[in-house]
Design a binder for this molecule. Sequence first.
Ligand code: ZN
Length: 316
Amino acid sequence: MMQRSASPRPPRAAGWLGLLLAASLVGGLVAGCASSASANGMRSSRSGGTASAAGRPAGQPSGTASPAAGTAQPERPASAARPASPVSTPAAQPLAGKVIVLDPGHNGGNGSHPAIIDRLVNVITEWKPCDTAGAQTDAGYPEHAFSFNVAVRLARLLRADGAKVILTRRNDHGVGPCVTQRARIGNRAHADAAISIHADGGPPTGRGFEVIAPGLVPGHNGAIIGPSHRLALDIRNAYHRLTREPYSDYVGTRGLDVRTDLGGLNLSTVPKVFIECANMRDAADAARLTSPRFRQRVAVALAAGFVAFLVPDSHP
Ligand code: ZN
């Protein structure tokens, strides 16, 4: 989940542009997704801790997530069928030369370090906590574990397709990094695409997923609005098709949303989206999120979304 702003409306200067972008993104069905940010009613208390964040220095994270953190899974059939030739062909490694940053939301140590993660950071449109503890299912399966496990699985698939993959955290027991640092990691890597992976802590009666694209923050992220919205569509389409997860029925429009209150998007200089893979508070969604098989399906779907975005000719 991503904490939504207490004052969800974007800055006035960005408002109408944001509405236009939102309208174009969702096919003109509903404008103003960016200003509907209060829909899911999630709030985290905000306190002004002063300790410095324990985020990793920029550029330090490698793509080597701890193997122990992920459960070994079989590769996709396409990878298994790859020819034994040492020379990779474009068809075998469609993402060769591409850099992808995966940002698994939250971290396992966040909940026990409020002084660090509650520290306010500037995300341009407002000041927000450095990070949050995230959501969990009613049975206690935490969002940070879900997001990290999906990221490890996804990294494995993307690397098999030839991509260079960088994770914003190495394991699931640290603290942070701050949302500002998470964006900076993608920027410094000059990523071709980036995604923040989350699962929502929405209303118990709500279900489904949504992909969030950045709204325009004038003077900051204009260059990535267009490509980020294309990335959002490709991720939304692949995710819906391959996981059969329904569009969120309580936020966004047809699985899409636009927001200007997320530091990870406001501060990005590379194409980037967020995804709330499902609602942890819904019983049916929770059953899926806690299934390793479903998490692998999520990873396969997100990988397909990246391929669709980065290799347009590969569209099914
Ligand atoms: Zn989250």
